[in-house]
Design a protein around this ligand. Structure first.
Ligand code: PGA
Length: 244
């Protein structure tokens, strides 16, 4: 169960959030719980979450370890802080910041090689769904993202299916629709990584997940967890989703 805070919250707000959130999910061991704040909150979040069952991730990572890349953050920098997870290829990065299937692949390989757990996002935009292209888009995004990644290397991989039309819009994919898309992704994982890997691959759903729809979504066999944006910004709301 992963929270994507996007560009929200200061370090003080992060401390306050975790002070409220951690007791609400203490002892919850059914799911892995990850909070992904902006980089500027990471040190505070790690300090506040130390010793708890909540891990701290980030929302992007560069593929080089260091170099003249103004404004970028590398995997070694994150690892030394204690970051364990990274969201890669979120649709907002694809839409607004020039992220492509190829840069997703570079980031994914780096995350896996460095020991970070990547949450790799795929998903179709509305026009693609309306044109009946959803399956093709998901297959293409998976093939390109997982290019030259072996099943052995990909062991920690998590995929998030995030239909772009459902992100921040209040429109959720129905549980059945989401499950169908997850099945497409899992079939592609069979092709690329083999049966055994694909059966174990965790595929999260993201797109307007809220406390009142989490249970219906999570009760689909194909849906292994959630990547939550807006509703993760409030500790009570995210805790309710985690514990649906
Ligand atoms: P949302 O965002 O829950 O606000 O729709 C999900 C996401 O972008 O990961």
């Amino acid at each position: 169960m992963a929270a994507n805070w996007k560009m929200y919250k200061t370090p003080d707000e992060t401390r306050e959030y975790l002070r409220e959130f951690l007791p609400l999910v203490a002892g919850h061991d059914r799911d892995e719980i990850v909070v992904c704040p902006p980089y500027t909150d990471v040190a505070t979040a790690i300090e506040a979450a130390r010793g708890s069952n909540v891990a701290v991730g980030v929302q992007n990572v560069h593929w080089k370890a260091d170099g003249a890349y103004t404004g970028e953050i590398s995997a070694p920098m994150l690892l030394c802080l204690g970051v364990t997870h990274v969201i890669i290829g979120h649709s907002e990065r694809r839409q607004y910041f020039g992220e492509t299937d190829d840069t997703v692949n570079l980031r994914l390989k780096t995350a896996l090689e460095s020991g970070l757990t990547p949450i790799c996002c795929v998903g179709e935009v509305l026009q693609e769904r309306e044109a009946g292209l959803t399956d093709d888009v998901l297959r293409r995004q998976c093939v390109r993202a997982f290019h030259a990644v072996s099943a052995k290397k990909a062991a920690k991989l998590i995929v998030a299916y995030e239909p772009v039309w459902a992100i921040g819009t209040g429109k959720t994919a129905t549980p059945e629709l989401a499950a169908e898309a997850h099945a497409v992704i899992r079939r592609e994982a069979v092709e690329i990584f083999g049966d055994e890997f694909a059966a174990k691959l965790r595929i999260l759903y993201g797109g307007s997940v809220k406390p009142d729809n989490a249970k219906a979504l999570m009760s689909q066999e194909e849906i292994d967890g959630a990547l939550v944006g807006g509703a993760s910004l409030d500790p009570k709301s995210f805790a309710a989703i985690v514990k649906y």
